[in-house]
Design a protein around this ligand. Structure first.
Ligand code: SAH
Length: 398
């Protein structure tokens, strides 16, 4: 057998890694010179030479790679991926059998044992996301596993490892029969149009499934709803189906208009009875304040980072201000649903933004409920950062 590259973790951080921390952070590596080529298999030890795990070198903005196993007799080969993917499929058994939901995550990176790789399911179509050139070097293992383990209409892939970790546009068809897009998937009996070969985003963010259902079933009846950063209108659609008297969707991107109409129409909702506005949310807020508009339910789901013509939004810096502006157009006793996928802060910090925004606005609030990632977005306790989604339902109480 060829000699494995050994990478040493600083003794000070070794404990954390021995306990299962999966991300190889640049700051934890004692000497990164052994890392020569992405995809290289590495054996991690502490500085005393004690075995930590086996993983790979793959540059992501998060770190230098991932530990894939803590067992010294496990190697990163076909068998490794067969087992990891089989276990992941078993874990989603209930979802595969659910006739009301045909889109969900089947493999969630480090949560399922292989950081840097995710696989989503869309009604018979599988979409693989590769987050580094390193993990991409295991492509033939992953494809072989999928081909052995599942029946599929087609497999698509997205490469998310451009120089700044961004998405690389390409023809993304891999195997099977090319899809006729949009394909229509269901989520709790609601239909979404999905495009697997048209840019970084496919039309729906699967991690918000429980939040959407909750909004439809408990928060929408008779309400005037504002959905900001609305993308394809998923939250507006669930509100409308839950009996909202009116919804307003606001997104900067031109595509959001047609895509929101498409999703409304698919579900028998008259889109003309709703507002779909293509505009910068911050500009819309100025307008809404000037016109003294107010809403019963406001949904905030901004990206972690976004640059518009005049504004740059950074969740960790600007969320409080976004909330303050939202509070001023929310009815007394109305609800704000604040969501973020920013992994730079945790739930506690996110709540501190909420608290500051209400204090500075001179209003009282109650937190009604909280959500994080659903079951299919599996996470592990040794990597809390992996549980990135934070959603808070807040009542403006006075
Ligand atoms: N809430 C959506 C997902 C949002 S994705 C859902 O549940 O499906 C982020 C969206 O924010 C993108 O569609 C992007 O066009 C939009 N966006 C980013 N900056 C914006 C801004 N300043 N004003 C309005 N929309 C913005």
């Amino acid at each position: 057998m060829t000699k494995e590259t050994v990478l040493k973790i600083k003794q000070k951080q070794a404990d954390k890694y021995h306990k299962g921390y999966p991300l190889i952070s640049a700051s934890a590596v004692a000497d990164s010179r052994p890392l020569q080529k992405e995809g290289q298999i590495i054996k991690l030890t502490d500085e005393r030479g004690k075995f930590i795990g086996r993983g790979y070198y793959g540059n992501q903005n998060k770190g230098l790679g991932w530990v894939l196993t803590q067992k010294e007799d496990v190697f990163i080969d076909q068998k490794f991926f067969d087992q990891a993917i089989q276990t992941a499929l078993n874990y989603r058994k209930k979802l595969f059998k659910d006739p009301e939901t045909t889109a969900f995550r089947v493999f969630n990176g480090e949560g399922d044992g292989a950081g840097g790789l995710t696989i989503d399911y869309f009604d018979g179509y599988y979409l693989i996301n590769w987050y580094s050139e390193g993990v991409y070097s295991f492509r033939s293992f992953v494809l072989h596993s999928l081909e052995q383990l599942v029946d599929y209409k087609a497999i698509y892939e997205k490469k998310r490892f451009g120089k700044q970790g961004q998405y690389i546009d390409d023809d993304e068809f891999v195997a099977g029969e090319r899809g006729d897009f949009p394909i229509i998937v269901k989520e709790n009996d609601v239909q979404f149009a999905v495009y697997l070969n048209e840019g970084a985003m496919v039309g729906v963010f699967l991690d918000q499934r429980e939040v959407r259902k909750r909004i439809r079933d408990y928060y929408s009846e008779g309400k005037r709803v504002l959905n900001t950063f609305s993308y394809t209108g998923a939250f507006s659609l669930f509100s409308a189906l839950g009996g909202a008297s009116h919804t307003t969707s606001v997104d900067l991107a031109n595509r959001s208009y047609a895509k929101t109409i498409e999703n409304f129409s698919l579900n028998g909702i008259d889109y003309e009875a709703h507002d779909i506005i293509v505009e910068d949310v911050f500009k819309y807020y100025k307008y809404a304040n000037r016109k003294q508009l107010s809403f019963d339910l406001v949904i905030l789901d901004p990206p972690s980072f976004a640059r518009a013509k005049k504004t740059t939004f950074r969740a960790e810096k600007d969320y409080t201000e976004l909330l303050k502006q939202t509070i001023s157009i929310t009815e007394w006793n109305g609800t704000i649903i604040a969501s973020t996928n920013c992994s730079k802060f945790n739930m506690k910090k996110f709540k501190s933004f909420v608290d500051r925004a209400f204090k500075e606005s001179g209003h009282q609030y109650t937190i009604l409920e909280e959500f994080s990632l659903p079951h299919d977005f599996r996470t592990i306790s040794s990597f809390p950062e992996g549980n990135y989604l934070k959603v808070i339902f807040i009542r403006k109480s006075s």
